[in-house]
Design a protein around this ligand. Structure first.
Ligand SMILES: [Zn+2]
Length: 310
């Protein structure tokens, strides 16, 4: 079985304005890296738009209507907050970013593919059910997790987040619900300022391992090997969903961690091994951050390459 790559041209039409780090060139860089011969065996799917029913499993109706109602004229932008910008194509991109993760869940749980990677923007892990922010509009991975539960009767879903920022939006969904698990490494201090190790959810269904600025491979690998993955095993999920952010790379301009490209191959291997142990290898990954184009392309393509080796 192979790996499914899900994307859509609409992700390039999410215009965040000049000089914004979360820009269309990020996705162009990732997709170009996945065009080489090494990725010829990928299955490819055009991302569908998420349905209202799928969005409502995470976000209230008033929130969905507010986000989808922001459709500024072409060449005009609307600032949701200091970081989060919407243009004419942003609502459509946001719908398809969530829909891409849902489609990945469908493909993996129906057994068509072993794993899926949703190459999307906007990212999602900072969006709480009712507050956008940190470049995020809908919480793509949480919507995917809820879809797995509602559509396939999956009881326990784990979301693993190696983006350099803490996914406080995802944690807000997971925290009160013992059917979900959230494990995250992230730099601290850094935006959004949450993710203390003391935030543990219910019965430890949230595992946060903050890393100091300048932490590198050793600290990152120890956090996953010694803290998050053992707790994940005890949770016994039936599906893994990954918030794959590559902004922990030492080249990234938004943070100070010192990870190398190979660390993203390592964490991919560890998560695949965890998926084999708990969930017949079922893993759906979604792009979050990563703002140095060279590091992003190399790291994301290595991530997909390792997924294809399942
Ligand atoms: Zn990030």
């Amino acid at each position: 079985m192979t790996t499914l790559l899900i994307s859509h041209p609409a992700f390039l039409d999410h215009d965040t304005g000049p000089h914004h780090p979360e820009r269309p060139d990020r996705l162009r860089a990732v997709m170009a890296a996945l065009e080489t011969e090494a990725f010829a065996d990928l299955e490819r799917l055009t991302a569908p738009a998420a349905t209202r029913e799928q969005l409502l499993r995470v976000h209230p109706e008033t929130y969905i209507d507010a986000i989808l109602g922001i459709r500024p004229p072409a060449d005009e932008l609307m600032a949701i907050d200091g970081d989060t910008i919407m243009g004419a194509g942003s609502a459509e991109a946001a719908l398809r970013a969530a829909g891409a993760v849902v489609a990945g869940v469908d493909a993996v749980l129906q057994g068509h593919v072993a794993s899926a990677f949703a190459a999307v923007r906007p990212p999602g892990h900072h969006a709480t059910p009712d507050i956008p922010g940190g470049f995020c509009l809908f919480n793509n991975v949480a919507i995917g997790a809820r879809h797995a539960q509602a559509r396939y009767g999956i009881e326990r879903v784990a979301i693993l987040d190696f983006d350099v920022h803490h996914g406080q939006g995802t944690q807000a969904v997971v925290e009160p619900d013992r059917s979900l698990f959230y494990g995250s490494t992230h730099q601290s201090p850094l935006y959004p300022g949450t993710g203390s190790a003391r935030e543990r959810g219910i019965d430890g269904n949230v595992v946060n391992v903050p890393l100091g600025p300048d932490a590198g491979s050793a600290e990152f690998r120890a956090a996953w090997s010694e803290r998050i993955l053992p707790q994940l095993g005890r949770f016994a999920p039936e599906l893994l969903i990954v918030s794959a952010g590559f902004d922990g790379h030492r080249r990234d301009p938004l943070a100070q961690l010192r990870l190398d490209t190979l660390d993203f191959g390592w964490i991919t291997d560890r998560l695949m091994a965890a998926a084999e142990a708990c969930c017949a290898g079922r893993l759906v990954s979604a792009l979050e951050g990563g703002y140095d184009l060279t590091a992003l392309a190399a790291s994301a393509s290595l991530h997909v390459r390792r997924l294809m080796e399942s």
